[in-house]
Write a protein that binds this ligand. Structure first.
Ligand code: TYD
Ligand code: MG
Length: 519
């Protein structure tokens, strides 16, 4: 037999090259080519049919006006915080990719959500009613020999529901009707999943569990069980017979995700793919994965603290940058419906180097405390940040020096956003600056103080989006003094801001002078 040939595939765009190159010939990205095994020519020919099928079902040409804009049907997952990031619930035929560090709680959350979905009004999947809880370790429900090719498994219908499908004797539903949930685990055995369910206090669950990593068998099970929602935990463990490369390789992840996506679109089954992340927090595998799916969610947070955030990075069915907040408890993840105050540390008296800001994540304002520590630096003073962008932090002391004469050039500056939140919006600038000056002077900001606003290199303070909403949240939580950009200050008195003294500023030096005068 001929030796398998290597080919190099770009992680960013999926282009391939016969030899390794530093720069991708397709998209020009550097260092993005990874080795994978070239497919034998015959397999390539065989796969053509399925490899080039569109992800969404094909349809004839029609004028846009003639296409009916149907609202997508959403099923709430029983976890309001998860529904919030999904844009209201699981969408029929939608594919969700959820990534996060190991141990952050992806499997836990999805098992909880599946159980709730199963208990809601989703009818039990065919056969599971007789079979009982997913307690057995070895491949429960692994179907008899799979149809040879994924295409065959996804062939039966093209509509969203009710295609012709072999009627099953024990199925309580009509032939072809979708229903129930399926949890495919490639990382844990059925027994481990059952153990987790017990820990979560889930008893008598009818969620169908399949411990399987072979794509063709998973697709056959999907075709047989016809679940309404299926979870694949995780996409990196799944492999297809059609490819020779190892599970987790770029080619495998891309192929398997494409087949599952196609199945979701053609059958109307909602699929949730769990994805691993790389060291720097990106979803592992080809970048095309993120383009393929409808929704990309990131699970973040510090495994040492109990709070977890789910952030929507992409959502074809809802808003992005929406976040859901959870607390990890003894009994799994619990949604935190009013998270505005969890990212504040509880000081009995104001301390130097601390400033609170109101950040707006998606549609929800949240109060976050910024802590700064300025200390005598060595030969090359450092700028350290946790939860904030490094480059922005490097910029702010320079602006402070140029526009207010506060020199930190020979000092180490450390900045931390409390509670392991990641702040990406520039509206944090003013609060970071005030925390730095407060630490430098060893003087605390007044009690009940907060600030927000973007700071420009010219020393101007720019407005933050939806400033009034932020101020209302602060007033609701009993804050008493706010320094905000001029355009964000309310024009007329409003009952919602009662108890909050709002100072409007236009420039950095103005803000600093104002804060020095407060006591
Ligand atoms: P898990 O869902 O296995 O993470 P992932 O699938 O993202 O790798 O999360 C497991 C962690 O959560 C583990 O460290 C233990 C903790 N945990 C709890 O604190 N309470 C619980 O009820 C459960 C099930 C897990
Ligand atoms: Mg897991």
């Amino acid at each position: 037999m001929a030796k398998d040939k290597s080919t190099y595939i770009c992680n960013e765009c999926g282009a391939s090259s016969p030899r390794w190159l530093g720069k991708c010939p397709g998209c020009g990205a550097w260092n993005s080519l990874v080795e994978s095994v070239a497919e034998p020519a015959s397999a390539g020919k065989n796969r053509l049919g399925s490899a080039f099928t569109a992800l969404a079902p094909a349809s004839p040409v029609r004028p846009l006006a003639a296409i009916e804009a149907v609202d997508v049907a959403r099923t709430p997952t029983g976890q309001p915080e998860l529904d919030r990031v999904l844009g209201g619930g699981i969408v029929e035929g939608g594919v969700v990719l959820i990534g996060g560090d190991p141990g952050i709680g992806k499997s836990t959350l999805l098992l909880q959500a599946l159980d709730a979905l199963q208990r809601a009004d989703l009818p039990a999947p065919g056969g599971a009613t007789a079979g009982e809880a997913p307690a057995s370790a070895e491949h429960p429900g692994t179907p008899s020999p799979p149809p040879g090719r994924p295409k065959a498994a996804s062939a039966p219908d093209s509509g969203t529901s009710g295609g012709p499908s072999p009627a099953r004797g024990s199925t309580p539903r009509a032939a072809g009707e979708r229903g129930g949930t399926l949890y495919v685990t490639g990382e844990e055995s059925g027994a481990q999943v059952a153990l987790r369910a017990r820990r979560l206090g889930i008893t008598g669950s009818q969620v169908a569990v399949l411990a399987e990593i072979q794509l063709e068998r998973i697709l056959a099970t999907l075709a047989e069980q016809r679940p309404a929602v299926a979870v694949i935990d995780s996409i990196q463990t799944v492999y297809s017979d059609q490819l020779t490369s190892a599970p987790g390789s770029v080619a495998q992840v891309r192929e398997c995700a494409a087949h599952l996506t196609r199945w979701a679109k053609s059958s109307g089954c909602a699929i949730v793919l769990v994805g691993h992340v790389t060291k720097d927090g990106q979803l592992a595998g080809p970048r095309v994965l993120e383009h393929m799916v409808d929704t990309v969610l990131y699970f973040e947070g510090d495994t040492h603290s109990s709070y977890r955030l789910i952030r929507a990075i992409k959502n074809r069915f809802g808003a992005v940058n929406e976040i859901g907040v959870f607390a990890m408890t003894e009994k799994g993840l619990k949604g935190v419906s009013n998270p505005s105050a969890i990212f504040l540390s509880q000081h009995s008296q104001p301390v130097p180097g601390s400033c609170v800001l109101v950040t707006l994540e998606g549609t929800r304002p949240m109060l976050v405390e910024i802590q700064a520590l300025v200390d005598t630096g060595g030969v090359s003073p450092r700028r350290l940040s946790v939860g904030l962008e490094r480059d922005r932090l490097a910029m702010l002391p320079a602006v402070l020096h140029q526009h207010d004469g506060v020199a930190t050039g020979d000092q180490d500056v450390c900045v931390n956003a409390v509670g392991a939140v990641r702040l990406s919006e520039p509206a944090a600038d003013l609060a970071v600056m005030l925390a730095i000056t407060s630490s430098l002077r060893g003087k605390a900001l007044p009690k009940g103080f907060l600030a927000f606003g973007e700071v420009g290199l010219a020393g101007e303070v720019r407005p933050a989006p939806r400033g009034q909403e932020r101020l209302k949240e602060a007033a609701k939580l009993g804050f008493s003094v706010a320094v905000v950009p001029k355009a964000n200050a309310p024009k007329k008195a409003d009952k919602a801001f009662e108890g909050l003294t709002i100072h409007a500023v236009e420039r950095v030096d103005e803000a600093m002078a104002l804060v020095r005068g407060l006591d």
